[in-house]
Design a protein around this ligand. Structure first.
Ligand SMILES: NC(=O)c1ccc[n+]([C@@H]2O[C@H](COP(=O)([O-])OP(=O)(O)OC[C@H]3O[C@@H](n4cnc5c(N)ncnc54)[C@H](O)[C@@H]3O)[C@@H](O)[C@H]2O)c1
Length: 218
């Protein structure tokens, strides 16, 4: 049986360069993939590709810069067959500028899309995952959150925050095992493959004293 047989996986930004191979890989591993993107046309192309390869996927278009859209996305995905097993928070934007040149709007939308959406989607999905006995959440950060590139202050700052958010999330006590994996830095597409490989929802290690553990190596 395939690793993600009968699992429901939401991939945000799945119409984009990294999200689409994540979605395809999950589908090839047996998941029903919710291909979600603000660009419905791009998401549709990804679903067509997955179906052509014999996989299962559906488009749910959503603008994740809006909290209500995030909640509606998760509820629509849950409505497919009453499960949310995997949430890949992959969508992200990069508005260029330094502290003096970046507009307030670009600063705000960077945080809304890159960070706030993760909080909204995790809050909406976690109760379903907990009720269903577990799940996996993957948040895409960037090495630029650790080693900031010049002229990308909003992007760098949001990605550092994504890392902190994810570390906190991994320590959330839910009654389920929880783990954090920080994936190795390679090129983006290799990272995308690594992320897919790290998505083993049932690749859980034994719980130690009922506490949350952190794994720094992928
Ligand atoms: N490309 C890289 O080199 C690289 C490196 C490190 C991290 N990342 C991160 O990987 C993730 C994916 O990057 P990518 O290169 O595939 O980018 P991309 O631009 O190809 O794809 C991003 C997708 O997100 C979607 N999106 C943007 N705003 C949205 C919104 N408000 N609601 C819903 N969807 C929205 C876009 O339509 C697009 O399809 C991002 O979080 C990015 O920061 C990328």
């Amino acid at each position: 049986m395939k690793r993600f047989h009968n699992k429901v996986a939401i991939v945000t930004g799945a119409g984009g360069g990294i999200g689409s191979p994540i979605a395809r890989r999950l589908a090839s591993e047996g998941a029903l993939v919710v291909v979600t993107d603000v660009n419905e046309e791009a998401a549709g192309v990804v679903v067509q590709g997955i179906e052509a390869e014999g996989g299962n996927a559906t488009v749910i278009a959503a603008d994740i810069s809006n909290k209500d859209s995030c909640i509606a996305l998760v509820e629509k995905a849950f409505g497919l067959n009453g499960l949310i097993d995997v949430l890949v928070n992959n969508a992200g934007i990069n508005r260029r500028g330094n502290l003096l040149s970046l507009s307030d709007e670009d600063w705000d939308i960077s945080f809304t899309v890159n960070l706030d959406s993760m909080s909204h989607l995790c809050r909406a999905a976690l109760p379903h995952m907990i009720a269903g006995g577990g799940g996996a959440i993957v948040n895409t950060a960037s090495q630029w959150g650790l080693y900031p590139a010049p002229n990308h202050i909003a992007y760098n700052t949001t990605k550092a925050a994504v890392a902190a958010f994810t570390q906190n999330l991994a320590r959330l006590r839910t009654g389920q095992d929880s783990r954090e994996r920080r994936l190795p830095r390679r090129n983006s597409y290799a990272d995308a493959r690594s992320r897919c490989q790290a998505l083993g929802a049932h690749d859980r290690r034994p719980r130690q004293n009922g506490s949350v553990r952190s794994h720094r190596k992928a």
